[in-house]
Design a binder for this molecule. Structure first.
Ligand code: 5AD
Length: 348
């Protein structure tokens, strides 16, 4: 469809589309159109980032969670999740090893775990920033009050990841129990930006019940929020959740969305996510070639990696493991990209 090519050109020049235009771009997509999109995406990637791929060391420090999201393997009501928490010393050991490997950004990600009180989180942040003042620290610890975000920021955290998961209200309610609210989730993202965090959001691709209209809402919300980072990955079923039997999201649609995000917001930091690497052995490389510019290898201790099972078959001992910096570096070189250590802050 000729119209779709013109919509991609419009997205490139005007940075936004109407809801109907977005829906058309999702419903009428074709392999030829995707190739056209990826060429535009790579052009912008090259303009702002050259051939650099930024690295973030991911530390999954707790899999306790008070939330009960229907898609997630570490949801509160999972009886099979084997729960763990890392101690401050264990977290610092991850940073030490990560620093040695070349990481200059650490991402502390966990379930919403009340054991890590405000004071404990602040202590962890201060210790990491004391030990590694040249590194950026990213938090991914869920929904909190504006005051709490402010204190985490004042303690030294630089960035915060909180995916909105799906922007459309009724779809959000389909994926979450009623105590979780789509408006509160979005409110948190605005609080994070106001606090001064480099803020990341994102959504699940191919989650149960997702339609082209829902994806259009995701793109419109991202355009309004103007985040610094957007992480998306395919929904992958977890056997011990209500969505165990639902089909997984596709590589094709995830890559297409990465390309659209790059063209809509050329300076965005976009990770080629673990979930993408899980559904395809070349998933992360393909993500980079569609417009992504970040990888987030796992720095968690080997003993807990399998336990942070958000979904089935999560890769956790191969190349995605941080130990394999060199092999990741080689696989990026093979597609013409360079893995870099630098912090890679968002550039206005
Ligand atoms: N499949 C893919 N991604 C998932 N996440 C949680 N559960 C799943 C799943 N089953 C994602 C959510 C969350 C991030 C940390 O992991 O989007 O924000």
């Amino acid at each position: 469809m000729e119209l779709c090519y013109r919509l991609i050109d419009k997205l490139e020049t005007e940075a936004q589309l109407t809801k109907e235009e977005w829906i058309t771009l999702f419903q009428e997509r074709s392999p030829g159109l995707a190739e056209y999109l990826f060429e535009r995406a790579r052009k912008w990637q090259h303009v702002y980032f050259g051939n650099k791929v930024y690295t973030r060391g991911l530390i999954e420090f707790t899999n306790y969670c008070k939330n009960d999201c229907y898609y997630c393997g570490i949801r509160r009501s999972s009886k099979t999740a084997c729960r763990y928490r890392l101690s401050l010393d264990e977290i610092l050991a991850c940073c030490k090893e990560g620093y040695r490997l070349g990481f200059r950004t650490f991402v502390l990600q966990g379930g919403e775990d009340g054991w890590f009180t405000q004071d404990r989180l602040e202590e962890i942040i201060r210790k990491i920033k004391q030990g590694y003042p040249d590194c950026a620290l990213t938090l991914s610890v869920g929904e909190r009050s504006k005051e709490s975000y402010q204190r985490l920021y004042d303690a030294g955290a630089d960035r915060y990841l909180l995916r909105h998961e799906t922007a459309e209200e009724s779809h959000y309610r389909m994926l979450h129990p009623s105590e979780l609210s789509p408006s509160r989730r979005k409110q948190c993202l605005y609080y994070l930006k106001e606090t001064g965090f480099q803020t990341g959001t994102g959504f699940l691709v191919g989650s149960p019940g997702q339609t082209a209209a829902h994806l259009a809402e995701d793109m419109l919300f991202i355009h309004r929020l103007k985040p610094h980072m957007v992480g998306i990955g395919p929904f992958v079923p977890h056997h011990d959740t209500p969505f165990a039997k639902e089909p997984q999201g596709t590589l094709e649609l995830t890559l297409y969305l990465i390309g659209l995000l790059r063209v809509m917001m050329p300076k965005l930091l976009i990770p080629a996510t673990t979930a993408l690497g899980t559904i395809d052995p070349q998933g992360r490389e393909k993500g980079i070639q569609a417009g992504a510019n970040v990888v987030m290898p796992n720095l968690s201790p080997l003993s807990v990696r399998k336990k942070y099972a958000l979904y089935d078959n999560k890769i956790c001992t191969g190349d995605e493991a941080a130990e394999c910096w060199e092999s990741l570096e080689q696989s990026m070189e093979r597609i013409g990209y360079q893995l870099v250590s630098e912090r890679g802050d968002y550039q206005e």
